[in-house]
Write a protein that binds this ligand. Structure first.
Ligand code: 5GP
Length: 192
């Protein structure tokens, strides 16, 4: 998506440790109009899919995914993170390693809100090593919900997640794929 790539070039800041900061329009302050346009882009790309639920993970996925849910006219469900839990049988639970904080979290959704009737579009801000996505996919599998597609705002194509998820056969649509980024020069190169 050209407009998103231009915005990343203009406002993205490359940090050490392969981290891209996009706090001015995605991760802290939100450019709601741009996100609305991204939601329409996914609506087109997934036009053939019978999506009836949007799933994301807290926290930064929620703002994006809520606009996507509005455009798809379906509910948004966000998986909750917690370092400790009492498993009471009411929740589907999986473990995810956080890329940005480098620790393990339990990630969970209530069994009330995810089931075999759900045709899910998973939405997240970044795809790096794919742990967050694999956790969300695992929750869908536990619920026998069908993953119809995955929409990512920024995929870091030089990390392993995208390739692994595509090899598993998921319809993964990343709106910008970064091929290379340099924390010294700040240069960002995209996949065509
Ligand atoms: P993964 O699980 O694919 O390794 O990492 C995905 C999660 O880590 C995303 O939900 C996002 O919150 C965070 N993340 C990964 N890479 C970046 C990055 O370069 N910048 C920002 N802001 N978040 C990232």
């Amino acid at each position: 998506m050209e407009k998103l790539r231009e915005r990343i070039i203009k406002d993205g800041i490359v940090k050490k440790g392969n981290v891209l900061k996009v706090d001015s329009f995605v991760n802290h302050q939100l450019d709601v109009k741009l996100i609305y346009e991204m939601a329409f882009e996914w609506k087109q790309r997934f036009a053939s899919k019978p999506i009836n639920k949007i799933l994301t993970i807290e926290a930064s996925g929620i703002g994006i995914a809520s606009i996507v849910a509005l455009v798809f006219d379906c509910p948004l469900l966000f998986a909750k993170k917690s370092e400790s839990i009492n498993v009471d049988g009411e929740m589907f639970v999986t473990k995810v390693e956080s890329f940005t904080h480098q620790k393990m979290y339990n990630v969970m959704v209530s069994k009330k809100y995810l089931s075999s009737t759900d045709r899910v579009l998973i939405i997240d801000d970044f795809l790096a090593n794919g742990c967050a996505l694999e956790g969300l996919i695992d929750l869908c599998e536990q619920a026998n919900a069908q993953v119809e597609g995955i929409g990512i705002v920024i995929e870091k194509g030089f990390q392993s997640g995208g390739q692994r998820i595509r090899e598993k056969g998921y319809a993964l649509e990343s709106l910008a794929i970064i091929e290379q980024m340099d924390d010294e020069t700040g240069e960002i190169k995209f996949r065509k």
